[in-house]
Design a binder for this molecule. Structure first.
Ligand SMILES: Nc1ncnc2c1ncn2[C@@H]1O[C@H](COP(=O)(O)OP(=O)(O)OP(=O)(O)O)[C@@H](O)[C@H]1O
Ligand SMILES: [Mg+2]
Length: 351
């Protein structure tokens, strides 16, 4: 195939780009800022992220992906085009792109992703499930007939999958992940403290003192917010136990999701997992005690992968080197023509 091979982890929180032969070349927040009147994109990435909650009326800040899928096509396209242009410049041959998706998406969502990639500058595009890529990035072998369970906790989705021989056996994607915890913290502080905070502050609280269990040594931090009654800026304190109480219901739902996937896993693979353990990837795996929570719920050894945030991008990088194996499992590159001439079942039903 002509053109360079690129892997993109197009996430709800961040976009990470891997270029074959170079490694990870870009990691940016999945946020765009555009002119409100004309819709023209002004900034994307960190610059746009810093504007969340601080933008003037003339600028609209958007998170173009929600729960792992595209919620604003134009903004996602603008963001992807910008990054591809930055990476590829004016190369003659368009790049071949492998892009990841949640493990359970509809055919229509798949087509939208392929349409997005090919209209943003890809010559050919191929979709790979996020937990499969995460497994490769965490070092799981491509072609061994041995079951491994991967739980990828991102910003918008938690993908739980059992992988064997470079393919997914059973999987589940739930729309509870890092940003759900941020929303929980915002609601808790509003309810218990009558204070209003923004999503960036909530995320900071989670990263600093968030925990998936009650900690022995309690820590409290001081946070700035806005008093709900007076409307004035104010300070308040929040402790590790309070953050745990705010997010615990959703933590339990993630652990429950893992149990449900184990329950439907074929027996031989289930026996393998009790030996190989469960691997956690994605930014949500960095929440203190996440591994212990899953371990307690499943009674199976659980570990956080090295550098969990970049696992998916690294895994797509591995996939780019072993496309022959993936092709055998039905992961094929498609051109813009391929997408337009072959409508899939779901689309016909939708019409
Ligand atoms: N140290 C940390 N503690 C807790 N959460 C963290 C930490 N670091 C990052 N996160 C959270 O991880 C999430 C981002 O993870 P990641 O980059 O894997 O998501 P994504 O791939 O963009 O999203 P998705 O896969 O759901 O589309 C954010 O919610 C972020 O707040
Ligand atoms: Mg992700």
């Amino acid at each position: 195939m002509l053109g360079i091979n690129i892997g993109i982890d197009l996430g709800t929180s961040s976009v990470i780009v891997y270029v074959d032969g170079k490694g990870i070349v870009l990691s940016e927040a999945s946020v765009t800022a555009s002119e409100t009147k004309s819709g023209r994109m002004l900034w994307t990435g960190l610059k746009a992220y810093r504007m969340i909650g601080r933008n003037p009326d003339s600028v609209t800040v958007t998170r173009p992906l929600k729960n792992g899928v595209i919620s604003d096509f134009t903004a996602t396209q603008g963001m992807l085009r910008f990054y591809l242009q930055k990476i590829c410049g004016n190369r003659i041959f368009k790049p071949n792109i492998v892009i990841c998706m949640p493990s359970t998406v509809t055919s229509l969502e798949k087509r939208t992703l392929l349409d997005l990639a090919t209209s943003s500058g890809a010559g050919r595009a191929c979709l790979v499930e996020e937990p499969l890529a995460a497994a490769f990035g965490a070092g799981v072998a491509f072609n061994k007939p041995k079951g491994v369970m991967v739980v990828d906790i991102g910003g918008g989705t938690t993908d739980i999958a059992v992988i064997t021989m470079g393919s997914i056996s059973v999987s589940k994607s739930i729309r509870i992940a890092g940003s759900t915890f941020d929303d929980d913290i915002i609601r808790y502080i509003r309810r218990e403290r009558n204070m209003i905070i923004g999503e960036i502050t909530a995320e900071e609280i989670k990263k600093k003192i968030g925990c998936a269990h009650i900690r022995d040594a309690e820590i409290a931090i001081q946070v700035k917010g806005k008093n709900y009654f007076t409307g004035m800026p104010d300070y308040f304190e929040i402790s590790t136990t309070e953050v745990f109480l705010a997010i615990r219901e959703h933590l339990q739902q993630i652990a429950e999701g893992v149990r449900e996937v184990l329950e439907i896993t074929p027996p031989e693979l289930s026996a393998d997992i009790s030996e190989t353990g469960i691997i956690l990837t994605g930014g949500g795996a960095l929440l203190r005690g996440m591994d212990k929570l899953i371990e307690k719920k499943t009674k199976i050894r659980t570990v956080v992968a090295d550098d969990p945030v970049n696992c998916v991008a690294r895994g797509i990088g591995c996939a780019l080197k072993h496309m022959d194996i993936l092709e055998e499992n039905g992961y094929l590159f498609k051109t813009r023509e391929d997408i337009s001439v072959r409508p899939e079942q779901d689309d016909i039903m939708l019409i």
